[in-house]
Design a binder for this molecule. Sequence first.
Ligand code: ADP
Ligand code: MG
Length: 315
Amino acid sequence: MADSEFDVISKYFNTDFTRPDVSQGIGDDCAILAVPEGQRLVASVDTLIAGVHFPVDTSPEDIAYKAIAVNLSDLAAMGAEPAWFTLAISLPAIEHDWLEAFSKSFHQTLEGYGVQLVGGDTTRGELSITIQAMGFVDVDLCMQRGNAQAGDRIYVSGCLGDASLGLQLIQDETRSSSESDYFVERLNRPVPRVELGRSLSQYCSCAIDISDGLFADLGHILERSRRGAEIKLENIPVSSQMKDYLDHENKVSAIHEYMTGDDYELLFTVSEANEDAVKAIGEDLAMPLSCIGVITEGEGITFINNGKVVYMKSS
Ligand code: ADP
Ligand code: MG
């Protein structure tokens, strides 16, 4: 690696933020990390490529934020407590203004969640950002995709569809920015449901974060759990901004077209017995939680609109 790239690491990626469970962070061949007793390490990795996972003109601050948020969201879906990240970044050139803005947003966001950057790799190439997220979870409390049971209620957090609409509006040059600001913000700044995931893990054993889209991600749960689902379309939560937009565009019946991903809300299942406890968690965290359907013995997804079956999707 060229000297200038060592400078990049020490100038932009070294951090003063330290956690007691890190005996070696950035600076050696490997990081040395301590997992608390009785807990399991959970790890996931995600790559964001310019022009594929975010528009090329996205600000460095937004890229840094989103790269962290999508990785935290994976930990949230397992019910894990985030602890450490590594960052492999590939840069087309060393642009100091860009690096300054990116790294500032990166460190600020990460430290906001109490997570330490413990290593990485810096290379030259098309702009891409790969993050490995690590955290831990109690052995018995991990939420996994294969644990849905027939009769479980299907819930989602927050509102869905805003980010998908934001992406469409960015791509539509006839739209003014004031019309799209809220939706684009929702695309660029998803909030990972870390606290919610940790609380839910006490009462739920099956969750996924919605990155590919509500029905695609529900499909992952159904496939792994070998179950089916009935979904009440009218219960899918959308923001008041989205409702206004759909009203205005005469598209109220097209909500499902915006279930194409990037929401980073949690989709989870809960037994009838634990439903009240889950509702109380939503109230405590001031996080809307909506029941959108039920897990069935069957296969695929049955869509119901105001009591009528409108569509069936095989798995
Ligand atoms: P190596 O030759 O062992 O791969 P590097 O020269 O790539 O080491 O990196 C030196 C140190 O800096 C290592 O501890 C590595 O984990 C860390 N590092 C490199 N790039 C980054 C980055 N983008 N973010 C955080 N740490 C990094
Ligand atoms: Mg290296």
